[in-house]
Design a protein around this ligand. Structure first.
Ligand code: ADP
Ligand code: MG
Length: 300
């Protein structure tokens, strides 16, 4: 269902295609120059049957999070919708014109390799991601549902000394009060409640910010209380009465110890950082820290 686009095409008589920025399951994304010479990203959505509805949902969510009604300083932490139009195609090809952003955190991670980003930068990035989520959750009542490094894009305009990032790809997002799918999140970042098939909400995004696998979850965070463990419709696939199926017995290795023993954290840093993360990884969604609470944590 990808719509064919060529370099040099003029989309909607307004956006000249300069190069390809990227692509995903739902779209191709193009660097374009508009009539005033401004550079923008045009996301050309797939139009095949089954994709049209997803495109319209993304459009509605982006319109809302970019609208002046919900205007707030932290709205700048979410990619902004600038314009939209349709191309002639099977079902009419929906195109979303977005502000131009830079490469994703994932690209950065791959370029940097080990040991990765310096901690002051990690803190800046996390602060900005949490500000964006606080805005989405509290003001817009939107759950992003696909928080991962691929969807955090660098904002190129700023000085090199400071980092600025934005949350992108609302392509699988949903409303707090209207979900589109039971199967949300990319596997490595999938929260306990979604793995188990229980109710989910904004806390699922917070988990993704911190995140890992179910076996590792138990190793790191300890036994899952029975009321949580049996709350989901997939619970029986993962657990017999108390233990994980198909997984070697777990060897507990607490987050604090992992930070000290594996990552050579100083004791005090390890204690503050693990405290920060453990609030985001609370098994009980109603107790899990909100984005606003995370922003108050002394570690940041
Ligand atoms: P999908 O919903 O198909 O996954 P995304 O919105 O994630 O599409 O976009 C696919 C890719 O296009 C991204 O991974 C990124 O590389 C690039 N991209 C998307 N939006 C922008 C943007 N505003 N500025 C620059 N590149 C972008
Ligand atoms: Mg994507």
């Amino acid at each position: 269902g990808y719509h064919p686009v060529q370099i040099g095409d003029s989309l909607n008589r307004r956006y000249q295609v300069v190069s390809k920025l990227g692509w995903g399951f739902f779209s191709t994304v193009w660097l374009c120059m508009d009539l005033s010479g401004r550079r923008v990203a045009v996301k050309v959505l797939k139009s095949g049957a089954g994709f049209a509805q997803a495109g319209q949902d993304e459009q509605a969510l982006l319109r809302y999070s970019s609208s002046p009604v919900s205007r707030h300083p932290s709205s700048q932490r979410i990619v902004q919708l600038l314009d939209e139009f349709k191309l002639v195609g099977v079902n009419g090809v929906l195109c979303l014109v977005l502000e131009l952003l830079g490469p994703s955190l994932r690209t950065w991670q791959l370029c940097l390799g080990n040991p990765g980003l310096m901690q002051p930068w990690v803190k800046q990035i996390l602060t900005q991601v949490l500000q964006g989520l606080d805005y989405l959750h509290t003001r817009c009542k939107i759950i992003h549902t696909d928080i991962k490094p691929e969807n955090i894009l660098l904002h190129p305009k700023e000085h090199l000394k400071e980092i600025s990032v934005k949350i992108a790809d609302l392509g699988s997002s949903c409303w707090v009060y209207k979900h589109f799918s039971e199967e949300i999140q990319t596997r490595q970042y999938r929260s306990l409640e979604v793995l188990l098939g229980s109710e989910y909400g904004p806390p699922a995004d917070i988990w993704s910010v911190a995140c890992m696998h179910i076996g590792q979850i138990v190793e790191l965070l300890g036994r899952i209380p029975p009321e949580v463990l049996h709350s989901g419709k997939h619970s029986a696939e993962y657990f017999d009465r108390r233990n994980l199926r198909r997984v070697d017995p777990v060897r507990p290795w607490r987050l604090y110890d992992v930070l000290v023993e594996k990552y050579n954290f100083l004791l005090e840093e390890a204690s503050e950082f693990s405290n920060f993360l453990l609030h985001m990884l609370d098994y009980h969604t109603e107790r899990r820290a909100t984005a606003a609470q995370c922003l108050q944590h002394p570690w940041l």
